[in-house]
Design a protein around this ligand. Structure first.
Ligand SMILES: CC(C)(COP(=O)(O)OP(=O)(O)OC[C@H]1O[C@@H](n2cnc3c(N)ncnc32)[C@H](O)[C@@H]1OP(=O)(O)O)[C@@H](O)C(=O)NCCC(=O)NCCS
Length: 167
């Protein structure tokens, strides 16, 4: 991996297999987030998720550490669905790490990092009931692109808004 994002208050590094149990514990401590999504999904599902036609080489998975402990996870797909668009597949901070602007700091660091990788747009999906994340994205310049309706076959149990931000 060429580089990692620099996020004040965290150390980001490439996710390794040994990180999975600690991240799963963070997921398990936050059933409310998974209820917003309509289902609980394991860390491995995020780790392995790839859009059609993409390979592991297009995927950038980071663990965020604080004081040597895993406190968050970030998943990007490069050049999806088009060149220079970076799809933020997942961002998650532990309940302990959230608040006080930590999520906003992460996003701003990601804007900087993606630009440095040659990306010009960050795109993501957020489930409609996730008011907190939607507020964060709206106040960081993300704009509505599309809506994806519920589709259990695609494991989408909530209406999902696709947002994008030009960098
Ligand atoms: C989404 C997430 C990364 C945001 O990080 P965070 O550290 O909680 O957010 P911040 O402290 O930077 O706060 C961002 C904004 O959300 C607001 N906010 C916090 N709690 C809120 C709530 N319950 N309802 C509405 N807004 C809320 C904050 O007030 C702040 O807005 P402000 O600056 O206008 O006051 C983090 O909460 C998280 O990992 N959540 C679980 C996973 C998730 O939802 N990921 C996003 C999936 S698309």
């Amino acid at each position: 991996m060429a580089s990692v994002p620099h996020i004040e208050g965290f150390t980001a590094r490439a996710l390794e297999e040994r990180d999975v149990p600690a991240l799963q514990t963070l997921f398990d401590e936050d059933p409310e987030y998974f209820e917003l999504n309509g289902r609980a999904f394991p860390v491995e599902e995020v780790r392995d998720a790839l859009p059609p036609g993409r390979t592991a080489g297009d995927k950038f998975l980071f663990v965020l550490e604080r004081n040597g402990r895993a406190e968050g996870m970030i998943d990007f797909i490069r050049d999806y669905p088009e060149p220079h668009i970076w799809h933020l597949g997942f961002i998650f901070l532990s309940k302990a790490a959230r608040g006080g602007g930590a999520g906003r700091r992460c996003l701003r660091a990601l804007f900087h990092w993606v630009r440095a990788q040659g990306g010009t747009v960050i795109r993501l999906g957020v489930v409609e009931p996730n008011a907190k994340a939607r507020h964060l994205y709206a106040t960081e310049g993300f704009e509505f692109e599309a809506v994806r309706e519920v589709d259990p076959a695609a494991k989408r149990l909530r209406r999902t808004l696709v947002l994008r931000r030009t960098l």
